[in-house]
Write a protein that binds this ligand. Sequence first.
Ligand code: FE2
Length: 238
Amino acid sequence: MFTKLNPATAHSQDQLVWKVLFDRQTALLHRRAAPAFAQGLAKLGLRREAIPDIAELSATVFEHTGWTLAPVGRPFEPGAFFELLAERRFPIVTRIRPMHAFDFSPQPDLFHDLFGHVPMLLDEGLADFLHMLGQAYCAQPVGSPAREQLWALYFFTAEFGLVQHEGQPRLYGAGLLSSAGEIHHCVNENTPRVVFDLATVLRTPVTGERYQQQYFVLPAWEQLTECVAELAGLLAMA
Ligand SMILES: [Fe+2]
């Protein structure tokens, strides 16, 4: 499914995929993305012209929030993924989708990770939230309902979350920021977008649907970190 990629010597086809995706997403995200995304993108200096160097981006992210980026060959199982989050490390898949799968990548690829996740890692609130989630997940027994609930919380925030900003829901989940199809589906007037409620999110199953059936909207950005305090009491009880 994926073409092998070394960012330093990336094939021109990979560079083209990056450039076209970058242009399309930045146009689509104008006035649709959360302010933290645009701020992160500017601080990173991501450009359409070239796939960025992961080590350089990692150094910039470290300066801002103490996180580093860990290049990996393919997406991880949740257990290994959350172990990295607990160490303030974020895995970056070093392969980009091929042109024939341009519109839809069923698994995270380099564009999803670098364009969707990394700008948000420069936001202190989201960075601390992900760290806490990694620690909480690793503290729960393997196969426990609490781990499923924490996976759901990660999924409906860092992957597909929205936040209210100046009266409008804005996108901050990487699965939205990196996918034109998911954005169009999410902003459709017939798609349910409900107010974020921690207990509800914890009991909402993660499905393998191509697009999400509903999205959760934080009333305010601060609520992402504030919900951590009530998390312990709700785990396995939601
Ligand atoms: Fe992701």
